[in-house]
Design a protein around this ligand. Structure first.
Ligand SMILES: Cc1cc2nc3c(=O)[nH]c(=O)nc-3n(C[C@H](O)[C@H](O)[C@H](O)COP(=O)(O)OP(=O)(O)OC[C@H]3O[C@@H](n4cnc5c(N)ncnc54)[C@H](O)[C@@H]3O)c2cc1C
Length: 389
C-alpha cells in the first residue's frame, strides 16, 4: 500500500519537526516553503528545554556540545554596571540557525521545496489539495499549516482571528564574540545577563556564532530588549527613509539610521554600560510582540502547528519547544486510519498546552504592556516586577 502523503506548509522549525516525525511514522512528507532560498541566514538565539532535546534524540539528532552554549550563572546588572543579584542556572542557549541545519540537512532534497507559496486549500472526504502562487496544485491526505504567526492556512479557516499586538517590541542585536571588547568579555560574556530599566526588560547571553560555531572565540552575543511602544510609534518605526510604511515587519536594512542612532543612545542611558557597549557595536533590529489564542487548530484534514496555531509572547522562551511537541502529538495522533478523528485527538491534547503558554506569556509580559496605561488603571500583576521570578 502506498504511504499516506502529508503536505507541510512552512519550512521553518515547526514544519521541519512535523516532517521528521510524520516520516518516522511512515508518511510520505513534502514541505513547501514560500522563500525562494534556504532559510539559513535567519539568526536568533533560542533557549532550549529538556522536551526539545528529547524530541531531537527521538529523531536521531544528538544534542551534543555543538548544539549550543552552556550557561551556569545569571546576573542582574544595575544602570552603573554593578551586579545586584546573582544565582546559579543550567541553560543551553542554541540558535535558530543551528537547529534549522540539524533538522534540514538529514531530509532528502525532494521533500523540501523552496519558492512554493500556498494560496489556499481545498478538501473533501478523500483528501486535501494545496494551491500555490506558482499555479501548481498538489494533493495529499493531510495538510499541516506550519506557516507561522501570519499563517495563510489559518487566515483561510479563521478569517476573523488576528494576532494581538502586546504593546511592546523586542529590539534584538547580535555581535560576533571576537568583536566584544576583552574587558567586557571577561566580565559578562559567559553569563545570562539581565537589566531592568523601568517598565522594560533587557536580556543578553552567548549563542552559537554566525555559522553555528560553539568554540570559544567563534560564538556570538545575543541581546533581546523588550520596550513598550505605542501603536503610532510602531508605525513610525516601521516607516523607511522614503516614507514607505512596511506594516508591522520592516526589513532590518530599511530601519531609518536616526532610529538606530536613537535606540543606541537610549541603551547607553538606561542599561548597564557593558551591555550598552555591545548593543552599540551591533546592527540592531526589532520585532513587534504579538500573541494569538484561537479556538480551533484543526479543520477536517487540515491542522495548524507551532506559531500558526498559538503564539505565546517570547518570555516563555518555548515557541520552538511547543512547535516540536505539537509535531510529536500530531504524528502520534494520525497513526490510525481515521485522519480526521486523529486530528481532533491532536487538538484535544495540544490546545490546553498552547492556551497555557499564551496565558503565561501574557502574565510575564503584563508589566511591560501596562506601561502604555495610566498607573491608576494598571492591575496588580501589571504593577509587579520581581526580578527573582
Ligand atoms: C523576540 C523573540 C524571541 C524568541 N525567543 C525564543 C526562545 O528563546 N525559544 C523558543 O523556543 N522560541 C523563541 N521564540 C519563538 C520562536 O521563534 C517561534 O515560536 C518559532 O520560530 C515558531 O516556529 P514556526 O515554524 O511555527 O513558525 P515560523 O518560524 O514563523 O515559520 C513559518 C514559516 O512558514 C513560511 N510561510 C509563511 N507563509 C507561507 C505560505 N503561504 N506558503 C509557504 N510557506 C509559508 C515562512 O516563510 C516561514 O519559513 C522567540 C520569538 C521572538 C519574536
Amino acid at each position: 500500500m502506498a504511504a499516506r502523503r502529508a503536505l507541510v506548509i512552512g519550512g521553518s522549525l515547526g514544519g521541519l519537526f512535523a516532517a521528521h516525525l510524520l516520516r518516522s511514522a511512515g508518511w510520505d512528507v513534502v514541505i513547501f516553503e514560500r522563500n525562494p532560498e534556504d532559510l539559513t541566514g535567519r539568526g536568533a538565539g533560542l533557549s532550549t528545554h529538556p522536551q526539545l532535546i528529547e524530541i531531537l534524540r527521538r529523531l536521531g539528532i544528538d544534542f551534543d556540545e555543538t548544539m549550543g552554549v552552556k550557561l551556569d550563572t545569571f546576573v542582574f546588572l544595575d544602570r552603573s554596571g554593578q551586579t545586584y543579584l546573582e544565582a546559579k542556572t543550567a541553560r543551553t542557549m542554541s540558535s535558530w540557525g543551528r537547529l534549522y541545519r540539524a533538522l534540514r540537512d538529514p531530509l532528502p532534497p525532494q521533500s523540501y521545496r523552496l519558492g512554493m507559496s500556498l494560496r489556499r486549500v481545498e478538501q473533501d472526504s478523500a483528501g486535501v489539495t494545496a494551491f500555490f502562487a506558482s499555479g501548481s496544485r498538489i494533493e495529499g491526505d493531510l495538510l499541516v499549516g506550519a506557516d507561522g504567526v501570519r499563517s495563510t492556512v489559518r487566515e483561510q479557516f479563521l478569517p476573523d482571528v488576528a494576532p494581538n499586538y502586546a504593546g511592546y517590541v523586542a529590539w534584538r542585536a547580535m555581535l560576533d564574540e571576537s568583536d566584544v571588547p576583552p574587558d567586557i568579555h571577561a566580565e559578562i560574556f559567559e553569563r545570562y545577563t539581565f537589566c531592568l530599566p523601568e517598565g522594560e526588560l533587557f536580556l543578553a547571553y552567548p549563542v552559537p556564532g554566525r555559522n553555528n560555531e560553539t568554540q570559544v572565540g567563534r560564538r556570538a552575543y545575543n541581546i533581546v530588549w523588550y520596550r513598550p511602544t505605542a501603536p503610532d510609534t510602531l508605525v513610525d518605526l516601521c516607516t523607511d527613509a522614503r516614507g514607505q510604511y512596511h506594516g508591522t515587519a520592516i526589513p532590518p536594512p530599511l530601519i531609518r539610521p536616526e532610529i538606530l542612532a536613537g535606540i543606541k543612545a537610549t541603551a547607553r542611558a538606561l542599561v548597564a554600560p557593558q551591555v550598552a557597549e555591545i548593543f552599540a557595536r551591533a546592527q540592531p533590529f526589532f520585532q513587534p510582540i504579538f500573541d494569538l489564542d484561537p479556538l480551533h487548530m484543526v479543520f477536517g484534514r487540515v491542522a495548524l502547528l507551532g506559531d500558526a496555531a498559538f503564539v505565546a509572547r517570547p518570555h516563555v522562551g518555548a515557541g520552538v519547544t511547543k512547535a516540536a511537541l505539537d509535531a510529536a502529538s500530531l504524528a502520534d495522533a494520525v497513526k490510525g486510519a481515521d485522519i480526521v478523528a486523529g486530528l481532533l485527538q491532536y487538538q484535544r491534547e495540544q490546545q490546553p498546552f498552547g492556551r497555557g503558554l499564551v496565558a503565561l506569556g501574557r502574565k510575564e509580559g503584563a508589566y511591560i504592556s501596562a506601561q502604555l496605561k495610566p498607573p491608576d488603571q494598571r492591575s496588580a500583576a501589571e504593577l509587579k516586577r520581581i526580578p527573582t521570578r
